[in-house]
Design a protein around this ligand. Structure first.
Ligand code: ARG
Length: 263
C-alpha cells in the first residue's frame, strides 16, 4: 500500500519517550514557523479542553485520544479499539501530562465499534465507549447529521492530542493543540486516491504540511467552531506536504453515535 502509518501507538513506548518529548518542546516556535500537536501547534491543558480524554491501557499508558460527549460516553476511533476489551482499557480525564497521576480514571463497561469497520482507509473509523461511572468534566457537543456545511474547504479546525510531535517522533508529555484548515474532498482525493472515502472521511492540513496530528493522536477530536466534527484517523506520515491528516467525517456517523450515547 502507501505505507500508511495508522497503527495505534505502542503504549510501552510512551513512557520511555516522554522525557525526550518534553525536552524537544522547550524550543519555542518563531513567528514565521508553521504552527506546529500533534506536529506543530502549542501546548495546552485539559483545563482548557476538559472533554479531552486519554485512552489508556490498564496501567494508564496512553495510546489514543477520545472526546467526552456525555458524562459516561466517549467518542474515539474504531482502529484504537481493535483487540481491546472492557478490561484492557481505561479512560483518563483531567490529566494534562502523560506521566501525571491526577485527574479521573474510569473503567469501561461497553465498547461499541461501528460494525462496518474493517480498516481506517476503508472508513467507518468510529467507536463509542461507555464508562462504568460518570466523568466530572464538561462535555463537547458533536455535529448533527445535517451539519455537513462545517466541512467547507478552508474552514479552520482544531486538533488535540499527546501524539508524536514529528513523523517517527516521540509522544508529547503535555497535551498539544493546533489549528489546520479543512481540505476539499477533490484535493484529498488527489492526495490519497481511492483510500479517501468522501462519505466517511474529511481531510485537514496545510498544503505545505508542517502541522498535523500524528501517531498517538488517533481517536482524538477535530473541532470545528468548538464542536466535535471529526476523529483523528490516519494519514501518510505526519505533516508532510501534500498529505493532509484524514479524520472520520462525523456527520455521517452522528446518528449512530447518538444511538450509543442515548442507550
Ligand atoms: N493512526 C494514527 C494514530 O493511531 C493517527 C495518524 C494521523 N496521521 C496524520 N498524518 N494525521 O494515532
Amino acid at each position: 500500500m502507501l505505507g500508511l502509518n495508522r497503527v495505534k501507538k505502542n503504549a510501552a513506548v510512551v513512557a520511555a519517550t516522554a522525557v525526550a518529548a518534553a525536552t524537544a518542546l522547550l524550543s519555542a516556535p518563531t513567528a514565521v514557523a508553521a504552527p506546529q500537536p500533534v506536529v506543530g501547534g502549542t501546548t495546552t491543558t485539559t483545563t482548557a479542553y476538559p472533554f479531552m480524554m486519554q485512552i489508556t491501557d490498564a496501567s494508564q499508558n496512553q495510546f489514543c485520544g477520545g472526546t467526552l460527549v456525555s458524562a459516561t460516553k466517549v467518542v474515539t476511533a474504531a482502529h484504537c479499539m481493535v483487540g481491546e476489551t472492557t478490561s484492557s482499557v481505561r479512560v483518563v480525564g483531567g490529566r494534562t501530562y502523560l506521566s501525571g497521576a491526577d485527574g479521573t480514571v474510569r473503567r469501561v463497561s461497553r465498547i461499541w465499534i461501528d460494525p462496518e469497520y474493517t480498516d481506517a482507509t476503508d472508513g467507518d473509523d468510529v467507536a463509542v465507549l461507555t464508562l462504568s461511572t460518570s466523568m466530572p468534566y464538561a462535555t463537547a457537543s458533536y455535529v448533527s447529521p445535517s451539519q455537513t456545511g462545517v466541512y467547507a474547504a478552508g474552514t479552520t479546525a482544531r486538533v488535540l492530542g499527546w501524539g508524536a510531535t514529528s513523523e517517527n517522533g516521540s509522544s508529547s508529555e503535555q497535551l498539544r493543540t493546533a489549528t489546520v484548515p479543512v481540505v476539499s474532498d477533490a484535493s484529498c482525493e488527489s492526495s490519497y486516491g481511492s483510500d479517501f472515502v468522501r462519505t466517511d472521511m474529511v481531510c485537514a492540513g496545510f498544503a505545505s504540511g508542517g502541522t498535523d496530528t500524528c501517531q498517538g493522536d488517533s481517536g482524538g477530536p477535530l473541532l470545528i467552531g468548538g464542536v466535535l466534527a471529526g476523529i483523528t484517523s490516519w494519514g501518510e506520515g505526519c505533516a508532510e506536504a501534500g498529505h493532509p491528516g484524514v479524520y472520520t467525517r462525523l456527520t455521517t456517523f452522528s446518528s449512530l453515535v447518538t444511538a450509543q450515547v442515548t442507550s
